[in-house]
Ligand binder design. Sequence first.
Ligand SMILES: [Ca+2]
Ligand SMILES: [Ca+2]
Length: 339
Amino acid sequence: MIEKLLKILVAGGMSLFLISGLSAQVIPTNVWTDFYGSASSYNGGAIPIGSVINAYDPQGMLCGSDTVENAGQYGFLPVYGDDATTSSVDEGAELGDLIDFTINGRLAVKHGPDSSIWTGLDIPKEVNLSASATISMELISSPISQYVSPKDTVKYSVTVKNTGQGIDYYTIRGVSSNGWIVRPQFGFSYALPNGTTMIQFDLLIPALIFEDTSDVVIFRVSSGIDTSIYVEDSVKTYVVLTDAPEAPEAVPTGFDLHQNYPNPFNPSTTISYTLPVKAEVTLGIFNLLGQRVAAYDLGSQSAGNHLFRFSGESLSTGIYFYRLSAGEVSAVKKMILMK
Ligand SMILES: [Ca+2]
Ligand SMILES: [Ca+2]
């Protein structure tokens, strides 16, 4: 729940302190007053769907919360009262209290037509709200390529940072170069100001693929508040059939990655390769999901034949791919660890 992520104190109704990492929850009691707004705004436009409206009593107690479902409107938002039988706990409002509201963590101006005085009566009060915040975001991390099989559902995660002033929330959409189905995560991912959030999409690999192929998804993460604010990137997916995947890049004459020996192996094997020219060499080991399980920076190496002794001591039995990169080129082969 969003409430668990947020704790906002309104001191004297004038200033805001945002304390991240603490949890705050509305404590429902048996008395409340419903508030609503039929013409409320954020950044000058109708409050967008997904906006979070919070209500606070004069002690800064969060005593009501609502997520906007129709643009420009909120409510009914029950604002709960303090339970007199629990004198040591402040659950919310008392008679005559003025209630303050935030929109996406930003203190809202109250426009009426009703006052925000809490009555404890179940007679709805209309208090329209407005607030504003700069909206901005950054891309923190894009997913890494995966090696997958036909019929797989591939999960990709993108992390973005909210560099704007208020709480923001995000949607994702993507387009596959092969026209395959890209299924975005349902609902919004929320982030506090300066906070990060992860948002996901699935790429559905068709069943009828008869040769190794690849796909590029261009994805866009947009602010739910202002969809003209977004970040974009792409991720490549390699679909491999039963054999080892082809090298993703063109390989010049003379560059050769040999089959490891022995294969299958336990727990060590030798990977050998030939470099046509001096190059910076790295070796990555990947599991069947395309997750990198080991990486070696082998430094600058001269032209000629080289060996690398790989130990799968810490890995479990299974099929792995080893990818050797030399300068701009790389090649991939499959190996089998049998313990
Ligand atoms: Ca109480
Ligand atoms: Ca109170």
